[in-house]
Design a binder for this molecule. Sequence first.
Ligand code: SAH
Length: 243
Amino acid sequence: MTTKIAIVMAMQAEADPLIENLRFCHRPDLVPPGLPFRFYTTVYGQQDLLLVTSGKDPRFQVDNVATVPAALMAYQAIERCAPSLLINCGTAGGIKAAGAMIGDVYLSKDKICFHHRRIPIPGFWEYGVGSYPVIDSAAIAAALGLKRGIISTGDSLDLCGEDLSLIEQHGAIVKDMEAAAIAWVCYTCKVPMLAVKSITDLIDKAAPTADQFLDNLALASSNLQRQTVAILDFLQNNECDQL
Ligand code: SAH
């Protein structure tokens, strides 16, 4: 039986190796009017895949990274193909003290949180943190030898005062700029979600995050591509009762 899977990725440079390897076809005809996103489709074995990337900001000519475009991309992907699983693939920062290394590929584990939504009012605090559910990735991680960790999302690439302490309070090892926004959409629309994050930089290391990110983007994107295909293979060959 065919399965529909949506893949949502913020940066074109992260997505290009996967687009090439799985021979995705660019589908401008699928993009809702006015949106900057890029849609791609392919059939991989028994899987119908829809890949959405964020496209470029017309004024600044950079990818539309971070939470606002990510949520809209996730919603558009779900509306377009009603997937049985949404996978958010991307790069991320990792915590060295918790064992993360450059080029590691992490699978989401337990929950995805926000670290930049601080609303110190009862109930709203927990709402701000989010703690959205993800699928149980233990079997995939064991089969492919991948690490797993809690992901925390914020709208900044750098790290300011409160961020690190909240990331630690969430028990997170992985820091990105999209996963929690996408997870909110999946939780709201009742679509199972998995995040796959390849580490470009270590947030508890002295070197500036942006320099580490640019140095390691190619390696991380190549590892991300390889492991994403391995995950699709695993899903194809194993009954996943959560989907
Ligand atoms: N200068 C970069 C900026 C990319 S923004 C450029 O070439 O355009 C960073 C992207 O990588 C986001 O999509 C984010 O999810 C991810 N990312 C990588 N390392 C991160 C970190 N330490 N903190 C937050 N997001 C990170």
